[in-house]
Design a protein around this ligand. Structure first.
Ligand code: UD1
Ligand code: UDP
Length: 353
C-alpha cells in the first residue's frame, strides 16, 4: 500500500510517529508536512526526538488566517496527491492541516482515514470542532480512541467504516516515557523537585486571543503558592510579550519544550493546568491530576474517571481546584492498550484486500 500522511501541527508529529513506525514495516509512506508549525521547537525537535523520517514534501504554508492557511494547503497538496496516487490519505486530529488533507483527498476521490475520529466538544465556536466534523464526514475509515466517539458519530449518521482502536498518543507515551526517563534532564535544569510544582500550558484561541482573559489566567498563575512551570506556545508568547506582562516569582515562563522533556514534566508534576487536548490525556496516563482551563472537553472519559476537572478560567475556581482537587485512588484503563497503530494498519490492509 502507498499511504500519504498529512501532518502540520505539534500533536500530529507525535501521533504520526507512532503510526509511521508500524506502517513503514510493510508499506510505503509519503509524508507531507504542511508547514503549519515551523519553529524548530514546534516541529524539528519532534522529528529528531521521535525518529520521524524527513517529510517527502514540506508545503511551507506557515501562519495565516484560517481560510488563507487552509486554502494554501489545498492548492499545494492537490498536485502532490495527483502525482503520488496513494491508496489512502491519513489525517490526524482536528487542525487546519487535518481538514485540508481530508478535503483534498475527497475531491480527488482518494479514500481518507481519520485518526482520532468522532471527538466532539459540542462547541462550534472552536475552529477545531468544525475541522473534526467536516473531516469525519468525508472520511472512509474513522479510527476512534474510545466508544463515546462512536456514539458521537452515530448521532450524526456516520456509522460505516467506524472502528475503536484506542489512542495512538498512548502508543507514543508508552514508548517514549522510558526514553524520557533516560534522557530528560529538565527537572535538574529548572531546579524542580518531583511533585512540588504545577505544569501549565495554554494555547486555545478562546483563551489567548482575548488579551483580558489571557492576562487573567497569567495573574492567577502568578498568585498561586506553588511553582508553575509554563512552556509557552508561540501563539501565546506573542500575546504575552505584546502585553508587556511580567510574571510573578513562582511562574516560570519558557519557550516550548521538546516532547521528551514535556513527558517528564507531566509525569513529575503535582498537577497539570491546561487547555490542550493531548496534555489532558497524557496527564491521565501518567496519573497526574488535571485541571482543564476550558468550559468543556472532548476527553469526557478522563472527567468521568475523576482525574480531570473542567473549571474554565475564573480565578476562584482555579485556585480552589489547585488546593482541593483530589482524584480517586483508582484510575481505569482508558483509550486502548498501546497498540492502536497496529490495529489501524490492519484495518487499512483489510480494506485493500
Ligand atoms: C493549532 C491548531 C490547534 C492545535 C494546535 C497545536 C488549528 C485551527 N489549530 O493551533 O487545534 O491544538 O495547533 O499546537 O489548526 N506560531 C509560531 N510558530 C509556529 C507556529 C505558530 O510563531 O511554529 C504562531 C503564529 O503567530 C501563528 C499562531 O502561532 O499565527 C497560531 O498558529 P496556528 O497554527 O494557526 O494555530 P495554533 O494556535 O498553533
Ligand atoms: N508538547 C510538547 N512541548 C510543549 C507542549 C506540548 O512536547 O511545550 C506536546 C505534548 O506532550 C503533547 C502535544 O505536544 O504530546 C500536545 O500538543 P498541543 O497542546 O500543542 O495541542 P493539542 O493536543 O491541544 O491539539
Amino acid at each position: 500500500m502507498i499511504i500519504l500522511t498529512v501532518v502540520g501541527a505539534r500533536p500530529q508529529f507525535v501521533k504520526a510517529a507512532a503510526v509511521s513506525r508500524v506502517l513503514r514495516e510493510k508499506h510505503t509512506e509519503v509524508l507531507v508536512h504542511t508547514g503549519q508549525h515551523y519553529d524548530d521547537g514546534m516541529s524539528k525537535v519532534f522529528f529528531r526526538e521521535l525518529d520521524i523520517p524527513e517529510p517527502d514534501y514540506n508545503l511551507e504554508v506557515g501562519s495565516a488566517g484560517h481560510s488563507v492557511q487552509t486554502g494554501e494547503m489545498l492548492i499545494r497538496m492537490e498536485p502532490i496527491f495527483e502525482k503520488e496516487k496513494p491508496d489512502w490519505v491519513l489525517v490526524y486530529g482536528d487542525t487546519n492541516s487535518t481538514l485540508a488533507g481530508a478535503l483534498t483527498a475527497s475531491k480527488l476521490q482518494i479514500p481518507t482515514a481519520h485518526i482520532e475520529a468522532g471527538l466532539r466538544s459540542f462547541n462550534r465556536a472552536m475552529p477545531e470542532e468544525i475541522n473534526r466534523i467536516l473531516t469525519d464526514h468525508v472520511s472512509r475509515l474513522l479510527f476512534c480512541p474510545a466508544q463515546k466517539a462512536v456514539e458521537n458519530l452515530r448521532l450524526e449518521g456516520v456509522t460505516s467504516g467506524v472502528h475503536v482502536v484506542g489512542d495512538v498518543m498512548y502508543d507514543a507515551v508508552l514508548r517514549y516515557s522510558a526514553v524520557a526517563a533516560e534522557r530528560s534532564s529538565i527537572l535538574g535544569v529548572l531546579g524542580l523537585t518531583p511533585k512540588q510544582y504545577l505544569l501549565a500550558t495554554v494555547h486555545r484561541a478562546a483563551n489567548v486571543d482575548d488579551m483580558e482573559r489571557l492576562l487573567d489566567i497569567l495573574e492567577t498563575f502568578s498568585a498561586l503558592e506553588e511553582t508553575v512551570v509554563f512552556p509557552v506556545h508561540p501563539r501565546t508568547f506573542k500575546r504575552i510579550r505584546a502585553a508587556g506582562f511580567s510574571a510573578g516569582e513562582n511562574l516560570k515562563l519558557m519557550e516550548p519544550v521538546g516532547y521528551l522533556d514535556m513527558l517528564w514534566l507531566e509525569k513529575n508534576a503535582r498537577m497539570i493546568l491546561t487547555d490542550s487536548g493531548g496534555v489532558q490525556k497524557e496527564a491521565y496516563w501518567f496519573g497526574t491530576p488535571c485541571i482543564t482551563l476550558r468550559e468543556e472537553t472532548e476527553w469526557v472519559e478522563t472527567v468521568q474517571a475523576g482525574w480531570n476537572l473542567v473549571v474554565g478560567v475564573e480565578r476562584g475556581r482555579i485556585v480552589d481546584a489547585v488546593r482541593n482537587f483530589s482524584p480517586p485512588a483508582s484510575r481505569p484503563h482508558l483509550f486502548g492498550d498501546g497498540n492502536a497503530a497496529q490495529k489501524i494498519i490492519r484495518h487499512l490492509e483489510d480494506e485493500c484486500r
